[in-house]
Design a protein around this ligand. Structure first.
Ligand code: MIC
Ligand code: SF4
Length: 752
């Protein structure tokens, strides 16, 4: 795609398709619509689609997976009987590297402990012609941005932060592994036509503010459900002041609002980034069609007529934010923090400052962190917190090292970790933080759910920009505001930080391009060996088809209270090692969810024995006794990650249905794909009727179809019964997945 001819062809066909779409719809188009309509699976079926209602099949240009999701996705793809991936695909080894001593030592350890998994991923990649990015090459989304993201392209990735590529004007969507397999198998990939939220940026970011603060602010105003089933499309004259990687940060964290994707238009900053990363041919071809790489002019003139909603942000009025703890939408401006610390009793001392994650680990981000470190050194300010840095890619690291950025960070006491997810996903041997000791860390990451970083439920993670994280490391005080508060310098006098600034792109271009990537043609002779005794990898066996009967008197497995993210359903950290072994990983089922009746985690009533024990053990007991079980939960169930394990595990352990107040998009699809009935309370208050020792029936399953509600019956232990309606969003195809036992079973019947 990087030669001029290929890029030119892509844009010629894109422009042709968008003009046909404009004609058929008879109105100007937003940028998102241009990309969506240009990527219909069946162009013959082009017609106006109703946003928020119609299911549509798309044909993305590429897919990506990371090691923690690729294992299960590729184990499923192997069952498809194909010789190669139908679209460009890449695998990135970034999630399994534990941060402890520093990059070299940690990488060496990871190579040993994960050898079997890396060997598997590398051989499957060779077998099917997938680009394989070795451990240490970088974090999936940064590597995609540097190498594969392409304006007006469409991709799906088995990771919820895939929309990061929207910073480079690509429509990139996070999905479960089974969805990636559909695309790799050359099938249409189904999505409900998203709603469109226009975000108009005006003004310019002020001192200490960064792209991160735009999305932290938006998270605070829209909340973790605010973007569900919608694309956030940015426009306005404030866009040009934000770098391509800054835009990627904003798009990345759209996932924290539940958004399907986020996207910025193409402009000079996009072109400069493409050039700096060796893709001038793409930039030149894109330049030639630049008007089609943004919303139509009429849309920009009257956005309220074309978006479902428009949000206005004046960049000049933003302040830096610290969001947390425990939820990315818990927004505090830095000037409010002192009062919040006093009011909420947050631990005041900042113990560790972490810069990195796919969200904020670009060349510019490291430059901004270093700009604070440099000043601290000059002014004689010593760090009070530990500083850990995970660069986004080997290319970022090599370039930052060449340009002296890494040296400045190291001089300030920072430890450079591997170019990997590390502490962001609980791959952090923190040492000394055991039990439930309340403590505060600051990170430039995106998620901060309880237990996510170090397994301690009392670690308060506040998310902020890299420069703010660094400044806090030098004050060591969560209430510190670098805009107004002095620190003590080497001579004991009061000194202030100046607002940091850094180059968005390296003056001398990037070094180390493509390091750690192995690209190969598909080779059917490559043997994929899985040791039947392995505890890391296990072949995927198809789930059983539905037996055609309603669910009768399923025991309640758990009624979860409060937040129940995929981290609560299928914890990461130490469990990541079982991502290729369904049986083993199922041991973590719902271990983080709070039992609504007792307030405990990982302790539920076993109706068969009267004991209370681990959720996975009780689920298995109900499965083995016959009927299986049902899970009940509240709002935005399955928020966060794309990991399909959170749907496969309950399926494997006999959970037949999940009944909640509302679902997060990716998780709802994952449940449907794996054959678990995903339903919602027609009236949310009915959640309160569920009792701990209930048996629950779900009726009307043979009529599972759009517009037909199901009936839930509660059989209480005192002999009384109640019933109420349950809604769902199954369409015809998804109902067929349910009947077949999973989408994979359906696919096997339909195509192969
Ligand atoms: C995450 O940030 O939670 C992850 C780990 O990257 C996940 C994917 C996974 O669980 O493998 C995601 O965001 O989808
Ligand atoms: Fe990795 Fe964290 Fe990004 Fe997920 S959010 S891809 S764990 S760096």
């Amino acid at each position: 795609m990087y030669d001029f001819e290929a890029a030119g062809k892509f844009y010629a066909s894109y422009v042709e398709r968008t003009s046909i779409a404009r004609r058929v719809l008879g109105r100007p188009l937003t940028f998102s619509e241009k990309i969506l309509y240009a990527h219909l699976y069946d162009h013959g079926a082009l017609r106006p689609m109703v946003r928020g209602r119609d299911y549509v099949e798309f044909a993305p240009d590429r897919v990506a997976m990371q090691d923690a999701t690729a294992q299960m996705a590729l184990l499923q793809f192997m069952n498809a009987g194909l010789d190669r991936s139908a679209v460009a695909a890449s695998v990135h080894c970034d999630h399994l590297i534990e941060a402890r001593d520093g990059a070299a030592a940690d990488l060496g350890r990871a190579m040993e402990t994960n050898r079997e998994v890396y060997d598997f991923l590398q051989s499957v990649s060779r077998r099917y012609g997938i680009a394989f990015w070795k451990p240490g090459a970088g974090i999936i989304h940064q590597v995609i941005l540097e190498n594969y993201a392409m304006p007006a392209g469409m991709m799906t990735g088995a990771d919820s932060h895939t929309p990061n590529a929207g910073g480079l004007a690509m429509l990139a969507i996070g999905v479960g592994g089974a969805d990636v397999v559909d695309v790799m198998a050359g099938m249409g990939w189904e999505l409900r036509m998203p709603e469109l939220i226009g975000v108009r940026l005006t003004g310019r970011l002020g001192a200490w503010c960064s792209a991160k603060d735009v999305i932290l602010y938006l998270a605070g105003t829209m909340g973790v459900k605010g973007g569900t089933n919608a694309i956030l499309e940015y426009f306005g004259d404030g866009v040009s002041s934000i770098s391509a990687t800054g835009r990627a940060t904003i798009c990345n964290m759209g996932a924290e609002l539940g958004a399907t994707s986020s996207i910025f238009p193409y402009d000079e900053a996009t072109a400069r980034y493409l050039e700096a990363t060796g893709r001038s041919a793409v930039a030149r071809s894109a330049d030639a069609v630049a008007a089609e790489l943004a919303a139509d002019r009429e849309v920009l003139r009257r956005p309220a007529d074309h978006f479902d909603r428009v949000v206005e942000i004046d960049l000049s009025s933003l302040e830096p934010y610290l969001n947390g703890p425990f939820s990315p939408d818990a927004a505090h401006t830095v000037s409010q923090m002192k009062a919040a610390v006093a009011r909420e009793g947050y631990p005041r001392e900042v113990e560790t400052a972490l810069v990195g994650s796919c969200t904020d680990s670009s060349y510019e981000d490291l430059g901004l962190a270093a700009a604070v470190a440099r000043q601290a050194m000059e002014k004689g300010i010593k760090p009070c917190a530990k500083i850990l840095i995970n660069p986004g890619s080997s290319q970022v690291l090599e370039t930052a090292r060449r340009d002296g950025i890494i040296e400045e960070l190291e001089q300030a006491g920072a430890v450079i970790m591997a170019n990997a997810c590390g502490p962001c996903i609980g791959q952090w041997d923190r040492g000394g933080v055991h039990g439930n000791r309340p403590n505060t860390i600051l990170t430039s990451f995106n998620r901060n759910f309880a237990k996510r970083n170090d397994g301690n439920p009392c670690t308060h993670n506040f998310v902020a920009s890299p420069q703010m994280v660094m400044a806090m490391a030098f004050s060591g005080d969560l209430g510190f505001n670098p805009l107004t508060d002095p620190l003590r310098g080497s001579d004991g006098e009061s000194v202030m930080f100046d607002p940091p600034s850094a180059r968005d792109l390296p003056e001398g271009g990037f070094s180390g391009r493509g390091d750690g990537c192995i690209e190969s043609e598909a080779d059917p002779l490559v043997k994929i060996i899985i040791d039947p005794h392995s505890d890391r990898l296990q072949l995927v066996k198809p789930f059983e088809a539905w037996d055609g009967r309603d669910f009768e008197r399923l025991p309640l497995l758990i009624k979860a209270a409060g937040k129940c993210t995929t981290d609560h359903i299928s914890m990461a950290g130490p469990w990541l090692k079982y991502r290729g072994h369904l049986e083993n990983i199922s041991g973590n089922l719902l271990m983080g969810a709070t039992n609504a009746f007792t307030g405990d985690t990982n302790s539920v009533l076993n109706l068969l024995t009267g004991d209370r024990t681990r959720v996975s053990i009780v689920a298995r007991a109900y499965r083995d006794a016959g009927p299986g079980s049902i899970v009940v939960a509240g709002e935005n169930y399955g928020e966060g990650s794309s990991r399909e394990h959170a749907a496969m595990e309950p399926r494997f352990l006999g959970v037949r249905a999940v009944l909640v107040k509302s679902f997060a998009r990716i998780h709802e699809t994952n449940l449907k794909k794996q054959g678990v009935l995903a339903i919602t309370f027609a009236y949310k208050d009915d959640y309160d009727r569920i009792r701990e020792d209930d048996r629950i029936s779900v009726k009307g399953l043979d009529g599972l179809a759009a517009g037909h509600d199901l009936v839930v019956e509660l059989h209480h232990s005192d002999g009384t019964q109640e019933s109420f309606g349950a809604a769902h969003t199954y369409n015809e195809l998804q109902a067929a997945w349910f009947r077949a036992g999973s989408a994979l079973n359906c696919r096997t019947h339909r195509v192969f």
